[in-house]
Design a protein around this ligand. Structure first.
Ligand code: OSB
Ligand code: MG
Length: 368
């Protein structure tokens, strides 16, 4: 298969509700979409970088720069037997995983379509329905948060994750746990704490949470090892895991008991599969994280969530929780049992909507 052309564009998509974390508050996404031509078949990828470097060092603008200046010239005209070869073709560029994943994922979509297979089958997935949870941003009041939690539980979601930060943690979790003694509940701190907060973090052990996600530094495995020894609640790492080697270090050193996998953060589907297989070997369950994706990124997340070790409900949820109108057809919907039925159409299985995407586009470059 020959890598022939690329169209790269930036779309602006306003969130239905602002999303607040310990890092920032997002109201509108600036999303890069890659349309890659493999042997005349177009595959779609989404770059999951944020607008600002507050979750990871990559941003929409750094990805545009790296994609246009370095990554595309490394792929242009190349012949490949599988999208699995793309990671190595891009290896000279260090880091910039989200930029790389946008192209790699597009190539997987195109390859699956050329082979007339759903992407999830090409990736080796086994699940026809994936379990879904939701990530709920920090709210101004407990009442507002409780109302949102109730709405999501009523919709069927199987796990509720609350964003926390210093000053909005123990009391918030206590309140929600009292209202819902039996639900699967977790928290995500996005690196808002240090080991100086040990006593506070230990107070969270009282609420039998499924996990506490990324309590300490975004690139700090060592202190998570120290913390996990002193916490009953399983630590789940998100920000810390950008590579297979970091996943291996985290698993073997005991920095966490669960790993959240994000396609962009680890650099594409091949790296997702490698980390997935490694975690399976270490009996570390995975789940698929979210980055407030549009339908294209969401479709890729659904496909990778079908791999067997993605056994916990992920942060992949319905389009209508984020957007007035998504950019794919059909939109992603969730069953009353809190699952997404995996599509059987070739590739990502959802159709990008050209008119809708054009109307949201603020810049576009075509490379032939
Ligand atoms: O830490 O999982 C995270 C969103 C942006 C950046 C980081 C995170 C998140 C979420 C939202 O939790 C998940 C989603 O609903 O897409
Ligand atoms: Mg997280």
């Amino acid at each position: 298969m020959q890598i022939r052309q690329l169209t790269l564009r930036e779309i602006h998509l306003k969130l239905l509700h602002p999303f607040e974390t310990s890092m920032d508050r997002v109201t509108e996404r600036r999303i890069l979409l890659a349309e890659l031509d493999l042997d005349g078949m177009i595959g779609w990828g989404e770059c999951t970088a944020g607008e600002d470097p507050f979750y990871s060092p990559e941003t929409t603008d750094t990805c545009w720069h790296i994609l246009t200046t370095y990554l595309w010239p490394m792929l242009r005209g190349k012949s490949i037997a599988s999208a699995a070869e793309i990671w190595d073709l891009l290896a000279r560029v260090r880091g910039h995983n989200m930029a790389k994943a946008a192209l790699e994922a597009a190539a997987w979509d195109a390859e699956a379509k050329l082979k007339n297979l759903p992407l999830w089958k090409l990736l080796g997935g086994t699940r026809e329905e994936i379990p879904c949870g939701v990530s709920i941003g920090i709210k101004d009041t407990l009442e507002e948060l409780a109302a949102t939690v109730k709405k999501e539980l009523d919709a069927g979601y199987q796990r509720i994750k609350l964003k926390i930060k210093p000053g909005k943690d123990v009391a918030v979790v206590h309140h929600i746990r009292n209202l819902h003694p039996r639900i699967k509940l977790s928290v995500d701190a996005n690196s808002a704490y240090t080991l100086d907060d040990l006593q506070l973090l230990q107070q969270l052990d009282a609420f039998y949470l499924m996990m506490i996600e990324q309590p300490l530094g975004w690139d700090d495995l060592y202190n998570h090892v120290q913390l996990q020894k002193q916490l009953q609640t399983p630590i789940c790492l998100d920000e810390c895991i950008h590579t297979y080697e970091q996943a291996e270090a985290a698993a073997s050193l005991g920095a966490c008991k669960i790993i959240n996998v994000k396609l962009g953060r680890v650099g594409g589907h091949l790296q997702v599969k490698r980390i997935h297989d490694l975690c399976q070997k270490y009996s570390i369950p995975n789940w698929c994280g979210g980055m407030l994706e549009s339908g294209v990124g969401r479709a890729h997340n659904i496909a990778l969530s079908t791999l067997s070790n993605f056994s916990l409900p992920g942060d992949v949820s319905a389009s209508a929780r984020y957007w007035h109108e998504d950019i794919i057809s059909p939109e992603v919907t969730v069953t009353p049992q809190g699952t997404i039925k995996v599509p059987h159409a070739p590739g990502i299985g959802f159709q990008p909507r050209p008119d809708r995407i054009d109307s949201l586009t603020v810049r576009k470059l075509h490379f032939a």
